[in-house]
Design a protein around this ligand. Structure first.
Ligand SMILES: Nc1ncnc2c1ncn2[C@@H]1O[C@H](COP(=O)(O)OP(=O)(O)OP(=O)(O)O)[C@@H](O)[C@H]1O
Ligand SMILES: [Mg+2]
Length: 363
């Protein structure tokens, strides 16, 4: 006797019972179920649309689907789950001509805690996952992104090229520097390493706007912005120009640095930039460990993970080889990748849970 042929709608109906393990809602409600094919022997092939290519441990989804389908549909054959990723976002840069789904600022209340290292690692990690990524250095006074990615010095000067604008007219755009597929823009490309950068407030605002609006970023899934230490000047400027996906706040485990993290969280809240979460950098023997996780819980912000203090991170940063920290053999890889995944998932989660935040009115 042959088993009855199962149908696509039967499979779709059954998938309503499978929850996304990260977001906690049905795959069907989240619009994550793509094409379903039924083959010989009632074999099922289902494609799942992930909200980010940096989705952590996707095999949990295949396992849940296989378990639910075999329990609900008698006679079902082999179940194959395929994945693709569609990064969604606020796409809020439209008004200034920036086509980035999600803009992520990396900040802290204190200098030297590893913002630039984390920003560069987020960009490289998300790119390695398969996302289209840009990295913008908003540290106008002390740009370090070109150095971290090994694209500093002569030979890395952005060119100006003419492109066709949306209305068909020619527009001049700054070509970002390509760091192995990562699009990078920094004032560091435009001034010599020993030249002081003297910029007044209004020009600062204009420079940031120009970097966002006049750089040929193309279409991006994520644009990562490395903020300077200290005041909220640049954060305010960003918030006035576009609706950010949110800010990643970096701190070290010391009490003093944690107080600064609280200040940074409050600053972002004031300028209406959602806080995606806290990263504890340089965890380990010297500074202690775990303080940021506790502080994150107290402040009701997600904890995005920790990065142990590791001389290799400093050595690679100094040598312009942040990318090598993602080598399979590198002990930091897992920690850095975890932060990329948690950040990307947090964005997907907030997008589904909260309506868009308005951009600030220009003061
Ligand atoms: N987990 C880590 N282990 C060891 N060294 C680290 C770690 N994270 C960052 N560093 C080192 O600490 C120094 C400061 O890092 P980084 O420049 O990223 O900080 P920052 O917060 O951007 O600083 P600034 O406020 O000056 O912009 C660098 O030399 C970097 O290589
Ligand atoms: Mg920095």
């Amino acid at each position: 006797m042959c088993a009855a042929t199962i149908t696509e709608s039967q499979v779709r109906e059954s998938l309503k019972a499978v929850n996304d393990p990260e977001i906690g809602r049905s795959l069907v409600d989240l619009d994550m179920v793509g094409p379903i094919e039924i083959g010989a022997g009632n074999a099922v092939s289902a494609t799942i649309h992930l909200p980010t290519p940096a989705y952590p441990r996707r095999e949990r989804i295949s396992q849940a689907i296989q378990a639910v389908l075999s329990a609900k549909i008698p006679g079902i054959g082999h179940v194959d789950v395929k994945f693709d990723a569609h990064v969604k976002g606020k796409q809020s840069g439209g008004a200034i001509g920036l086509r980035a789904q999600n803009v992520i600022a990396v900040g802290s209340g204190k200098g030297g805690v590893g913002k630039s290292t984390v920003a560069a690692s987020l960009a490289v990690g998300l790119q390695l996952c398969g996302a289209r990524v840009g990295l913008m250095d908003a540290d106008i006074y002390g740009p370090s992104i070109p150095h971290l990615l090994g694209v500093s010095g002569p030979g890395h000067r952005p060119e100006i090229a003419e492109e066709q604008g949306p209305d068909g007219k020619a527009v001049r755009r700054i070509q970002p520097i390509d760091a192995e597929g990562l699009k990078v823009m920094s004032i560091g490309f435009l001034v010599g390493p020993d030249e002081p950068i003297i910029v007044r407030g209004p020009i600062l605002h204009g420079t940031i706007r120009q970097f966002l609006a006049e750089t040929a970023w193309g279409e991006l899934d994520y644009l990562i912005i490395d903020l300077p230490p200290g005041t909220g000047d640049i954060a305010l400027t960003l918030s006035q120009l576009l609706g950010l996906a949110g800010a990643v706040v970096v701190c070290t485990p010391q009490q003093l640095a944690l107080l600064d993290a609280v200040k940074a969280i409050n600053m972002f809240r004031k300028v209406k930039i959602p806080v995606l979460g806290l990263v504890e950098n340089m965890s380990g023997d010297i500074f202690g460990r775990g303080g940021a996780k506790q502080k994150a819980a107290e402040m009701h912000v997600p904890f995005l993970g920790e990065i142990p203090i590791d001389a290799q991170i400093r050595v690679n940063g100094d040598a312009g080889r942040i990318r090598d920290l993602f080598a399979e053999s590198c002990p930091s890889r897992g920690h850095l990748m975890n932060i990329c995944e948690q950040t990307a998932i947090q964005i997907a989660r907030t997008l589904l849970e909260t309506p868009a935040m308005p951009t600030l009115e220009m003061l």
